[in-house]
Design a protein around this ligand. Structure first.
Ligand SMILES: *[C@@H]1O[C@H](CO)[C@@H](O)[C@H](O)[C@H]1NC(C)=O
Ligand SMILES: *[C@@H]1O[C@H](CO)[C@@H](O)[C@H](O)[C@H]1NC(C)=O
Ligand SMILES: *[C@@H]1O[C@H](CO)[C@@H](O)[C@H](O)[C@H]1NC(C)=O
Ligand SMILES: *[C@@H]1O[C@H](CO)[C@@H](O)[C@H](O)[C@H]1NC(C)=O
Ligand SMILES: *[C@@H]1O[C@H](CO)[C@@H](O)[C@H](O)[C@H]1NC(C)=O
Ligand SMILES: *[C@@H]1O[C@H](CO)[C@@H](O)[C@H](O)[C@H]1NC(C)=O
Ligand SMILES: *[C@@H]1O[C@H](CO)[C@@H](O)[C@H](O)[C@H]1NC(C)=O
Length: 921
């Protein structure tokens, strides 16, 4: 074919090259030699480029060639040769891979391009540079786009000169925080399009007046501009108000209901109105019924009350009504009872989810025959829904009825008139049989029938779902049987599958669609056998989250983790797995949450896990792991927030490297055989001494949304103890039930955000440091069953959040400090400390007004405990200061005190007192 035309083309080319000018054509071959570019403008462009950083040589065409009209991003007038267009919009959506972006600054040399009508520098990064004032001198501009450029400061008044501007786009420059007024705006009389999304306009008081003075304005977006309606000007209605406006987006501001007064008085032409995420706290005005052109109304995310006004039925164009996330209520059938008028035919999308609507869903909903999306989820609707509701809804694509108290009762062989794309019937009562009508639906990408009281096997036909399926949630039913029929099901990329909390059993099969699954949750079922299906995954798997916990899976872990290196969450807890952790688990370089607790794993923690440097949680508790606690945990896993090694066979001493775990919030090594001392460097666990929530931080950093509530509840399970702090701030050290000895390092009192400290059942000795009072956030303190001695420090009584305390079975002595709640603890908290006395223990301390008369030797001995060198010094100083002038008159009292002391102390004190008295007399 091509061959046939070639001679003809050559002939044509010849003709053209001779006659192009004559014929009025412009042709590349010809114009190459003719330089259109104006030298002065070329120089201006080169200077402009000098101020830019162009990391990927996007503008390399600017380096060569005389004709700047052929340079990247430039268009010239084909009449005058002037540069009229500069389009350097960056390819931002692929930011990281993009080769097209600029940094640096917008140079004043642009003023050399006086004929510019079109300037687009959007999506480049001029980080923190001020808005270029001189742009106001490019008076021929019709199109100006500086969106997403990170320019900062204010918008210059010079923009007022751009009277020919029809389109101004400044959106997503949230560093433009110093905008005091919009006075420049009223001069832009040609403006049709204005978008200032996320520019901070909180300082502008009279913004409605300004924007309403623009006679040609059709599209106005001031969303997320920190606008409020607190100014009185707002209510003054401008005479020559805009009547052209068709799109108004004021969402994400602080507007209250006075915006409505202004709105209905100023605009009648609105087609699309967005007022979502504001502070609207009134009922929806009836006056909406007069906005005849309205097609889209978005009022979601406010606090609107009352019902849906009946005047809406008059809106002949309204296609989409979004009222989600408000406090709207009342009986839905009341609104529907007036179903007549235009809206019946026009409405396509009705979204009233997350409100307080009550009553049954009326059958008349079926009269909205063009309905495409019906979302009434998360309300208080109750009652029966049957085939009749849907008999006319043949265009329905999205149906969301979830989280109401609706009972769905369809006839057994119901064939719905629709083919749905998205189905959410979560928490509806679907009856015990698996919903048969789903067999008629061949196209859905989303199905949520979780918590729906289905108690049935999953029928074989179900697995023949559309390959578009990307979200399947059937959790919390009583589905039983196995998944054998799943094997040929296909799924959409990044599918999320949740079949958790059912009674499914048998092997977990490999299935064709698994390669596309990003999250698979089969937890809380009765699956058994090995997890060899994992080995059939190849490196194209998209699996990021795998939860198989709480089943009866068994056998060793397969050694084929190399292919699943994208895994972020792996939960195999509460199963019957056994054997070692295979080395190949070290290839899970993206893993953040690893739960293997409550299985029969043995052996050492493989050193290959050092590669899993993104780990936030490791929970290996309640297995038979042995060996030392690996020192590399402290150095290779810098993001670790929870280290759970409880109830294993770990031996050796605590590696000092653990003190490097800056983010650790829960350190649980309890129920092992760990020896040695608690390292003094424990003060270095920074997250426990600051109020930072490293868990949320880590989750945010990695965009992980899985909570770790499970862990904390597991740690404290059976102790019937609820923490009062929010989970993100839970900071716990549990080293109980080991063979630790030595003293409790004082550095532990630097961890002032600790909520629970459990060192019980070890061989710790020494005093409880008086600095214990620094742990002011402690809610639970367990030091029981050690060999601690000395008095319980007074400061313990200032721990005002302490609600669980156990100091029993030590060698503590003296009087239990009196404090607001210390005495409210059960006596068992102090029991088995023979030398301890005072409330709440039954044995009273000998400290009554005249104990001297019934003193015993036993009590004398007890005093030996606290007569230390320090006591003598303190006593001496006390006497020197206090008894200087009263020694003689108080001698009786002194004798009374002395009788309580041991003979050695008495001698010493007597010596001091007599010496003093001799001096004074
Ligand atoms: C610039 O000129 C080229 C060639 O004439 C044309 O294809 C392009 O659409 C123009 N750019 C704009 C934004 O008008
Ligand atoms: C030159 O300009 C005229 C009018 O503006 C336009 O119709 C024509 O397509 C342009 N030619 C080229 C090659 O850009
Ligand atoms: C127009 O504004 C006035 C106050 O300026 C108000 O009383 C009136 O209700 C408004 N009209 C509508 C339709 O809201
Ligand atoms: C595990 O499953 C059983 C029954 O299936 C359930 O009772 C139990 O609460 C589940 N445990 C957890 C931790 O979810
Ligand atoms: C404290 O932690 C930091 C950061 O991990 C580490 O560099 C330092 O060595 C630690 N100090 C001690 C005494 O462990
Ligand atoms: C521990 O806290 C005390 C104050 O109670 C402070 O003086 C000391 O420097 C802290 N130690 C460390 C290592 O931060
Ligand atoms: C000690 O003496 C006081 C005062 O005589 C008396 O009330 C108290 O019961 C005596 N205590 C004992 C343990 O004998």
């Amino acid at each position: 074919m091509r061959g046939c035309y070639l001679p003809f083309l050559l002939l044509l080319l010849g003709l053209l090259s001779c006659n192009a000018t004559k014929l009025g054509f412009s042709f590349d071959l010809h114009t190459d030699s003719k330089v259109r570019c104006i030298e002065k403008e070329r120089q201006a462009l080169l200077q402009f480029k000098q101020h830019l950083v162009d990391p990927n040589h996007w503008l390399s065409s600017w380096d060569s060639g005389e004709d700047c009209c052929k340079w990247e991003g430039i268009n010239c007038s084909n009449k005058t040769g002037h540069v009229v267009q500069l389009d350097l919009r960056s390819d931002w959506s692929y930011a990281e891979r993009s080769t097209k972006y600029l940094e640096g600054e917008i140079s004043i040399s642009l003023l050399g391009l006086q004929y510019l009508t079109y300037l687009d520098l959007s999506f480049n990064n001029f980080f923190g540079k001020p808005f270029p004032n001189f742009i106001g001198s490019l008076t021929r501009l019709r199109y100006l786009n500086l969106s997403y450029t990170s320019i900062a400061g204010t918008i210059p008044q010079q923009l007022a000169n751009l009277s020919r501007l029809t389109s101004l786009d400044l959106k997503w420059n949230d560093d433009l925080t110093e905008v005091y007024n919009l006075d420049w705006l009223i001069h832009l009389s040609s403006l049709k399009f204005l978008d200032m999304h996320a520019v901070n306009l909180s300082l502008v008081v009279n913004w409605p007046d300004k924007v309403m003075m623009l006679p040609s304005l059709k599209h106005l977006s001031l969303s997320r501009c920190s606008l409020s309606t607190t100014t009185p000007q707002l209510l003054s209605v401008t005479a020559n108000s805009s009547s052209q406006l068709s799109l108004l987006d004021l969402s994400g501001n602080y507007l209250n209901c006075s915006i409505f007064l202004w709105l209905f008085n100023s605009t009648t032409s609105l087609v699309d109105l967005y007022l979502g995420d504001n502070e609207l706290q009134c009922s929806i005005p009836d006056a909406f019924g007069s906005l005849n052109s309205l097609k889209t109304l978005y009022l979601g995310g406010n606090k609107l009350v009352g019902g849906i006004p009946k005047s809406f039925w008059n809106l002949c164009s309204l296609g989409s009504l979004y009222l989600l996330h408000n406090n709207l209520g009342g009986n839905l059938s009341e609104f529907m009872s007036n179903a007549s008028g235009c809206l019946v035919d026009s409405l396509q999308n009705l979204q009233i989810s997350n409100n307080r609507f009550t009553g049954p869903l009326p059958e008349s909903i079926g009269s909205l025959s063009n309905l495409h999306m019906l979302d009434v989820s998360k309300n208080s609707l109750a009652g029966l829904i049957s085939d009749a509701h849907f008999s006319n809804l043949s265009k329905l694509k999205e149906l969301y009825l979830g989280s109401n108290s609706l009972i769905l009762s369809f006839s057994n062989d119901w064939v719905p008139p629709f083919q749905l794309d998205a189905i959410n019937l979560s928490s509806c009562r679907l009856g015990s049989a698996f919903p048969k009508w789903l067999q008629t639906q061949k196209n859905y990408f989303m199905l949520d029938i979780s918590n729906a009281e289905i108690s049935d096997i999953i029928p074989a036909w179900f697995w023949d779902f559309s390959p578009r399926l990307s979200f399947l949630n059937m959790n919390n039913n009583e589905l039983h049987g196995n998944l054998a029929n799943l094997s040929s099901s296909r799924l959409h990329e990044f599918a999320i599958i949740d079949l958790s909390t059912n009674r499914l059993d048998g092997l977990i099969p490999h299935f064709e669609g698994l390669v596309n699954v990003s999250s698979l949750d089969l937890s809380n079922n009765r699956f058994s056998g090995p997890v060899s299906f994992l080995c059939e995954l190849n490196s194209s798997t998209l699996l990021e989250s795998l939860n198989l916990s709480n089943n009866t899976l068994s056998g060793g872990l397969p050694d084929c983790w190399t292919y699943i290196s994208g895994l972020v969450v792996l939960n195999l807890a509460n199963n019957n797995f056994s054997g070692n952790i295979p080395d190949s688990m070290g290839s899970l370089v993206s893993i953040q949450l690893l739960h293997l607790s409550n299985n029969g794993f043995i052996g050492k923690i493989p050193t290959s896990l050092q590669n899993c440097s993104q780990l936030i949680i490791i929970d290996l508790g309640a297995n038979n792991f042995s060996g030392m606690v690996p020192p590399w945990i402290g150095d290779s896993l810098p993001n670790l927030v929870i280290l759970g090694l409880r109830s294993n066979q770990f031996v050796g001493s605590l590696p000092l490297n653990l003190c490097h775990l800056q983010h650790i919030q829960i350190l649980d090594l309890s129920l092992n055989k760990i020896r040695g001392a608690i390292p003094e460097c424990i003060y270095n666990l920074t997250a426990m001494s600051t109020t930072m929530d490293t868990m949320s931080g880590a989750m945010f950093r990695y965009n992980t949304s899985i909570s770790y509530m499970d862990y904390a509840s597991l740690v404290w399970k059976g102790r019937e103890f609820m923490f009062q702090s929010s989970l993100g701030l839970l900071k716990i050290i549990d080293l109980s039930n080991n063979k630790l000895h030595g003293v409790i390092p004082e550095g532990i009192t630097n961890l002032t955000e600790l909520v629970a400290l459990n060192l019980s059942r070890n061989n710790l000795f020494g005093f409880i440091t008086p600095k214990i009072g620094l742990l002011r956030n402690l809610q639970s303190l367990d030091l029981s069953r050690n060999q601690l001695y000395g008095e319980i420090p007074m400061s313990i009584s200032i721990l005002s959040f302490l609600s669980q305390l156990d100091l029993s079975a030590n060698n503590l002595s003296g009087k239990i400090p009196t404090g607001t709640q210390i005495q409210s603890f059960d006596a068992s908290a102090f029991s088995e400390n023979p030398k301890l006395c005072g409330s709440p223990l039954p044995n009273k301390c000998i400290e009554d007004p005249y104990p001297i008369y019934n003193n015993t030797r036993g009590h004398e001995n007890q005093n030996d405990g606290f007569i230390t060198k320090g006591f003598y010094i303190a006593a001496s100083l006390g006497f020197i200061g206090g008894f200087w002038g009263v020694c003689i008159t108080s001698l009786l009292n002194i004798r009374y005190i002395m009788k309580r002391l041991t003979s050695k102390a008495r001698m010493m004190l007597q010596y001091v007192v007599e010496a003093l008295c001799m001096l004074t007399s």
